[in-house]
Design a protein around this ligand. Structure first.
Ligand SMILES: C[S@@+](CC[C@H](N)C(=O)[O-])C[C@H]1O[C@@H](n2cnc3c(N)ncnc32)[C@H](O)[C@@H]1O
Length: 349
C-alpha cells in the first residue's frame, strides 16, 4: 500500500501524463492538511455527530461545541477529502468514515487517529534527529495523557489484523503458556487464548503501559487466563523452558540490533523444546530501493522516536538463528499494511 497522486478529472489525467503535476506539493502541504483535517474531525467528534443522519454545519458545530463558521470550513475539507458528502447544505458520512471512524464500528480506528496527535509531536523532531542522531526516546518523553492515548491507539490499530494474526500465528500442539512481550492491551494474547482453549498468557510490558492498558484487557473478559507482568523487555529474566509460545508484536522497532539479539536469546531460553517465537512487525524492505513506502517511512519514524527502526524478515530470522532457533518462512499479513510475522521453532533435543 502507498499514498500516491491520482487524477480527479480528465484534465488532471492529462497534466499527470505530461509530467506537469507538482507531486512534492501534494506530498507535503496537501498530505499535511489531509492528515490534520481527519485527525481534528475525529478529536472534535464530527463523525459521531453525523452517525445518525445528515445535519447542517450549524447543528454539527453545536454537537461538537465548535464555532459554526469554522465548522463549515472543516466539513467542507472533509467533503473534499472523501470522508463526508454534502447535499442541500446537510452533511452525511461516507462509508469510509462510517466503517473506520465511528466508535461503535467493529473496525473503528478512532483511537488510532487520536494517537496520531502524539505521533505528530514526535514527527516534529525528525530534522533534529537527522542533524544530531539523537532520537526523542518516546517511552521516556510521554506524559500520562499520552500514555493513555498510546495504549488505546495500539488497541484500536490491533483490530485491523487481530483475526488474521490469531489464525496465522503457529501454535505448538497442546500449548499451555504464552508470553506476549510488549503486549500492551492484550488483544492478541486474548485472541490466541480464545482460539486455543488450553492456553494462558502473561503480558510483559512497562508499568506506565500497564496502568493504561489494564482497563482495555479487562474488557476482553479473560480473567486469570491473561495476566500482566510489569517489566522491561531489555533486561527482564524471562526464565527457562517456561513457555510454549512467545509473541513479540510491534516492539522490536523500538530496539537496536544488539538489544533484539539479546531479547531473542532470552526468549529462546524461555521456550520449551518445540516452542515457537513469533515476531510481528512492520517489515522493512531488505534494501532501501526495494520498494515499500510504509516500511521505509516507518523505519525513519522509529529511528526518530526510539533510535531503532523497522527490520527485514532476514534480520529478524538472523536473531532467531543466532539464538539457536529454526526460522520458518516469513508470513506477510493481508490485513496489516506492510506487516508480517517471522516465526522460529526451538528444536527438540
Ligand atoms: C507499539 S506498542 C505494541 C503493542 C502490541 N504488542 C500491539 O502490537 O498492538 C509497543 C508496546 O511495547 C511496550 N514497550 C516499549 N518498550 C518496552 C520495554 N523496554 N519493555 C517492555 N515493553 C515495552 C510499550 O509500552 C507498548 O505497549
Amino acid at each position: 500500500m502507498k499514498l500516491s497522486t491520482l487524477p480527479e478529472n480528465p484534465l488532471d489525467a492529462v497534466a499527470l501524463a505530461a509530467g506537469l503535476v507538482p507531486t512534492p506539493l501534494l506530498d507535503t502541504i496537501i498530505a499535511l492538511l489531509l492528515a490534520r483535517t481527519v485527525m481534528v474531525g475525529t478529536r472534535l467528534g464530527v463523525f459521531e455527530a453525523l452517525a445518525h443522519g445528515p445535519l447542517p454545519a450549524v447543528a454539527v458545530a453545536a454537537r461538537c461545541d465548535a464555532d459554526p463558521h469554522a465548522m463549515e470550513k472543516l466539513l467542507g475539507a472533509l467533503v473534499g477529502a472523501g470522508y463526508l458528502r454534502v447535499r442541500a447544505g446537510r452533511f452525511t458520512l461516507r462509508p469510509i468514515a462510517r466503517k473506520w471512524l465511528l466508535r461503535d464500528s467493529p473496525h473503528s480506528l478512532a483511537d488510532a487517529l487520536l494517537l496520531q496527535f502524539v505521533d505528530a509531536r514526535f514527527i516534529e523532531h525528525t530534522e533534529a534527529y537527522v542533524r544530531t542522531g539523537q532520537p526523542v526516546r518516546m517511552h521516556e518523553a510521554m506524559d500520562a495523557e499520552e500514555w493513555g492515548l498510546y495504549q488505546r491507539g495500539m488497541r484500536s490499530g490491533a483490530r485491523l489484523s487481530l483475526a488474521e494474526v490469531a489464525r496465522r500465528v503457529p501454535v505448538p500442539r497442546r500449548a499451555r503458556a504464552l508470553l506476549d512481550i510488549g503486549g500492551s492491551h492484550g488483544a492478541y494474547a486474548a485472541a490466541l487464548c480464545r482460539r486455543h482453549p488450553g492456553l494462558c498468557a502473561t503480558i510483559l510490558d512497562l508499568p506506565e503501559a500497564i496502568e493504561h492498558a489494564a482497563p482495555l484487557l479487562a474488557r476482553e473478559g479473560m480473567g486469570e487466563r491473561v495476566v500482566y507482568r510489569p517489566g522491561d523487555a531489555r533486561t527482564a529474566d524471562l526464565g527457562a523452558a517456561a513457555y510454549d509460545l512467545i509473541l513479540i508484536a510491534n516492539l522490536v522497532h523500538h530496539f537496536d540490533d544488539a538489544t533484539n539479539r539479546d531479547l531473542a536469546r532470552r526468549a529462546a531460553r524461555a521456550l520449551r523444546p518445540g516452542g515457537i517465537l513469533v515476531i510481528g512487525e512492520v517489515i522493512r524492505p531488505s534494501t532501501p530501493g526495494a520498494g515499500g513506502q510504509i516500511g521505509a517511512l516507518t523505519d525513519l519514524y522509529f529511528a526518530v522516536t526510539s533510535e531503532a527502526g523497522t527490520w527485514s524478515f532476514a534480520e529478524m530470522a538472523a536473531w532467531q538463528r543466532a539464538a539457536g532457533l529454526r526460522p520458518r518462512r516469513p508470513i506477510r499479513l493481508l490485513t496489516a499494511p506492510g506487516g508480517g510475522l517471522q516465526a522460529a521453532v526451538k528444536p527438540v533435543e
